[in-house]
Design a protein around this ligand. Sequence first.
Ligand SMILES: Nc1ncnc2c1ncn2[C@@H]1O[C@H](COP(=O)(O)OP(=O)(O)OP(=O)(O)O)[C@@H](O)[C@H]1O
Length: 203
Amino acid sequence: MLRAANLRFRYGKDRPWVLDGVDVEVAPGEVVGLHGPSGAGKSTLGRLLAGLLSPTSGTVEPTAARGPQPVQMVLQHPDQAMNPRWRISEVLAEADPRAEPDPALVSPTWLDRYPHELSGGELQRVNLARALLARPAYLVADEITASLDALTQARVWRLLVERARAGGIGVLAISHDLPLLEAVADRVVAFADLSPTGPAAPR
Ligand SMILES: Nc1ncnc2c1ncn2[C@@H]1O[C@H](COP(=O)(O)OP(=O)(O)OP(=O)(O)O)[C@@H](O)[C@H]1O
């Protein structure tokens, strides 16, 4: 189970609380949608779950270990998450030099190209393939299709949900787009409902 309990976080001692007693759980193979207003703290929660930030207090399980991370984060802008000077084959080899990328996600014709030579939807599929090559137990998908057209959004989500179900990978899907989350997730939670005391004080 991916679990955060009584999580509190702020970006500095003099900064306001972004998370003030947040509880959230994602079961293996479950797709949980998380929505909420801009600036509420959804991405911050995602980064805490993926071990990219450390909570001020409270717990996150599984904890980030050395070596492959059990919780991988997939971000909205894949171009910013890849070295622009690496070919796609090198981007994928960084995650696992021996593994073959999933052919349903990555066309072999892309492997010799650089990230700027792929479309946004193609690049996001590479980004997903890379996250899956790390064999995560959980994925945090943060607005991963926000910049794509509706058809490409649906395709990327279908691929992600299929892979998650097949591999027993739990997914926290973060989006402003409630209808999209309702279409892809097993259940949808509102950010404001994750804290028993309600959202953190207005900033
Ligand atoms: N690196 C940072 N340093 C300081 N404050 C930050 C940092 N990142 C985010 N914040 C602040 O933390 C709060 C929550 O931001 P976060 O990005 O988690 O919200 P969000 O719900 O994901 O928003 P959006 O839907 O617009 O992406 C905001 O007030 C934001 O300004």
